[in-house]
Ligand binder design. Sequence first.
Ligand SMILES: Cc1cc2nc3c(=O)[nH]c(=O)nc-3n(C[C@H](O)[C@H](O)[C@H](O)COP(=O)(O)O)c2cc1C
Length: 210
Amino acid sequence: MSLIEDLNWRHATKAYLPEKKVSEENLTKILEATRLAPTSSGLQQFRVIVVEDKELRKKLAIGSLNPECMVEASCVLVFAAWDEYTPERIDAIYDRTTEERNLPKGRFDSYTDKLKEMYAKQPKEEHFIHAAKQSYIGLGMALAQAAELKIDSTPAEGFDNKLVDTVLGLPEKGLKSVCLLYVGYSDKERDWLATMKKVRNPMDVFTIRM
Ligand SMILES: Cc1cc2nc3c(=O)[nH]c(=O)nc-3n(C[C@H](O)[C@H](O)[C@H](O)COP(=O)(O)O)c2cc1C
């Protein structure tokens, strides 16, 4: 199937078969597609927390728009972004890049100095907003990879961020939750969206050509 067919196939699944698990191999593919997402300045400023533990998920479901998906999906991917841009975080990824590419130490210093100067002028809140935007690119990759594998998923912002952060200990990791992806197999009897037409603006409305 082509990517377009995969994207037409997928839908925001509203109910999952609780007993049907996504294989470890396929979950790894979804995570790998997400890991390969491009990010601004290559900072890779988001992480994915894979939550499988049911008891933990029951806690996360409080205040969620889709409490059943939270517990019944095969797993929940929590996209979490850096809570701030620090010189140490910027250096860590550029040190890795320099080393893995066998480049001379300090090869990117002039660029990272500019980044550090730019981010030092901004409040932490703006850092998080910028980092959160990067995590949505990863979310898109994960959605597409899941669809290619014929695995159902639901992107979700309808959850209690503060609660999720606390339950998963994200502040201690320097992270804040952004969005979720429920992943699993649709329970067609309860998943009311499964049979409905996908509705999008027509191309001539969606696209503005100049
Ligand atoms: C960032 C984002 C957040 C969303 N949050 C939720 C949510 O909390 N709960 C839910 O049931 N659907 C959620 N959705 C699903 C959208 O409503 C759905 O993708 C949209 O209506 C298009 O339908 P489709 O995905 O089936 O093509 C979200 C989608 C995106 C992209």
